[in-house]
Ligand binder design. Structure first.
Ligand code: PGA
Length: 240
């Protein structure tokens, strides 16, 4: 694992962005998985700024979202698709046919999950999975105890995650009880993983990862031993 401790939000975003730029420079049309959440917002802003300065052409990549709420349409203001559009995709100039976002309200959600896997497979698998981290150790919507072998699949969301996500919305939106998410098997097979960890709420989960032992109670530890794992994290979280 390559670890980069960062001194503040700007360095955190800049370091993470540098890895995405490297990926786009090194790999012809890379397949990249995108996270939702507050952690990557600075990264997305930085990537858009770098593109405006001519430093990167984001349109070279193919993009897939990691997860979505089951039962929520992409056009719904609460969807992860809307979030990614607002903070990144809408201003990114990435061609629409380079983007595949999960349809949380698909009539056959299992078929939709399989279609997501097939679209990633058609690009040769993920070149880069960008991940945030949940306080309970989740990556994407893979909650504690989930199987570590799956592709995209439907999962129940824990009360902890539903409460954490409800905080994003001021309109009383009830966070669904299920999500659809790229599974850990799929994430582990990404050729490179960029794990972004910011905030005191993530300290315990990060400690578990740094301990280097896999533990099903902490999904992030599934990444232990990945051959190309890059951790970008707050300096404040660095173990003494
Ligand atoms: P956050 O969420 O970036 O909003 O902290 C991360 C996650 O729960 O995966």
């Amino acid at each position: 694992m390559q670890i980069e401790w960062t001194a503040g939000p700007e360095e955190f975003a800049a370091r993470a962005a540098a890895h995405v730029v490297d990926c786009l420079a090194e790999i012809d049309t890379p397949a990249i998985a995108l996270p939702t959440g507050m952690t990557p917002v600075g990264l997305y802003r930085q990537l858009l700024a770098l593109q405006a300065e001519g430093e990167v052409d984001l349109g070279q990549g193919y993009y897939f979202n990691l997860d979505e709420y089951v039962g929520v349409a992409q056009a719904d203001s609460h969807s992860f698709a809307t979030f990614l559009g607002r903070y990144f995709l809408d201003a990114s100039l990435i061609p629409a046919d380079h983007i595949r976002l999960l349809q949380g309200d698909a009539g056959d959600i299992a078929a939709e999950a399989r279609a997501h896997d097939a679209a990633v497979a058609a690009r040769g698998g993920l070149d880069l999975a960008i991940l945030g981290l949940g306080g309970n150790g989740h990556i994407a919507f893979n909650e504690p105890g989930v199987a570590w072998t799956d592709g995209t699949h439907i999962v129940p969301l824990t009360d902890e995650t539903r409460a954490a996500n409800a905080a994003y919305f001021e309109d009383g939106f009830t966070v669904p009880s299920q999500g659809v998410t790229m599974g850990i098997g799929m994430l582990r097979s990404a050729r490179r993983i960029l794990l972004m960890v910011s905030g005191a709420a993530k300290a315990e989960a990060l400690t578990m990862l740094l301990a280097g032992k896999t533990d099903p109670a902490w999904p992030v530890t599934a990444l232990c031993g990945h051959p190309d794992l890059i951790l970008v994290a707050d300096e404040a979280l660095r173990p003494a």
